[in-house]
Design a binder for this molecule. Structure first.
Ligand code: ATP
Length: 258
């Protein structure tokens, strides 16, 4: 298993794109293996810059400033930073929800900079969860599977498996309006995992949970991501959580990786 650390550039951190590669989990390759690759597998950001227009004559806000990063396929990178540092904006840019002022994004060598959000095959889970109020728990979790025409039996098995995973076994038929905030976040997590996305983007997915549950789910999330070989970017302001969940952590400050 690859070493994990919290750092901006040391061993175990995700790397500036083109400047080296994080060693994939379970790989015996050296830390610089793959540097020569033109289009390394996984997510590659080069010079990604995002501006928000200023309001009422104020200058534009540069929320993300020339970020270059490589998240090797099958690994999880945490984006760690204080409030307002640009974590969510960077995640939204990766998702395709914010246009880039400059820079490129590739996944497995394919330039997706201008690919719309619904065609990136990325799973998203943001702070506010946002379940579909007109669907019950099962309906929410299987939503992406219905869209992909997965047969009913396979959907039911997947929903049960995910409910077990997030500690909500037996909740499939519950109305989401009857769930606690923490339970809703867990359903949202299950929903984002259901279609096995090629990249999972998680913006403080555990922030609504109480401390005990948060620790348990963080460990489970790490195990799920590893077991499924999911590539993920995980936003948090909690260093311990980053350490627990991610293979590598990058620090972001004023929109720049440090
Ligand atoms: N829609 C917007 N319009 C203008 N400025 C914005 C907008 N959204 C965010 N910003 C600004 O961009 C910067 C980065 O915000 P962002 O939400 O990405 O930070 P964050 O690190 O995710 O913060 P938090 O941990 O509090 O969610 C901040 O200065 C913020 O005020």
């Amino acid at each position: 298993m690859a070493e994990r650390s919290v750092s901006g550039g040391g061993s175990g951190s995700a790397n500036a794109a083109g400047g080296g590669n994080e060693r994939p989990r379970g790989s015996s390759r050296g830390p610089n293996a793959g540097c020569e690759a033109k289009d390394p597998a996984g997510l590659v950001l080069r010079g990604v810059t995002v501006n928000y227009p200023g309001t009422r004559g104020a200058p534009a806000v540069r929320a993300v400033d020339a970020v270059s990063l490589h998240v090797p396929r099958g690994t999880t990178t945490a984006l760690l930073g204080a409030s307002g540092s640009g974590k969510s904006t960077l995640l939204r840019a990766i998702a395709g929800l914010e246009p880039l002022r400059a820079g490129t994004i590739t996944f497995d060598g394919e330039d997706i900079t201008r690919v719309p959000v619904h065609r990136r095959n990325f799973g998203l889970m943001f702070q506010d969860g946002q379940l579909f109020a007109h669907l019950n728990v099962r309906g929410n979790i299987e939503y992406g599977l219905v869209a992909r025409r997965v047969p009913r039996g396979a959907r039911a098995r997947r929903v049960d498996e995910l409910l077990d995973l997030v500690g909500l076994a037996g909740y499939a038929d519950r109305d989401v309006a009857t769930l606690s905030g923490g339970q809703r976040q867990r359903v949202a997590l299950a929903r984002s995992l259901a279609p096995t996305p090629r990249l999972l983007l998680l913006d403080e997915p555990l922030s609504a949970l109480d401390a005990d549950l948060r620790g348990r789910l963080a460990a489970e999330l790490r195990d799920i991501l590893r077991a499924t070989g999911t590539t993920a970017v995980f936003v948090t302001h909690d260093r311990a959580e980053a350490d627990l969940v991610a293979d590598a952590t990058v620090l972001i400050e004023n929109g720049r990786l440090i």
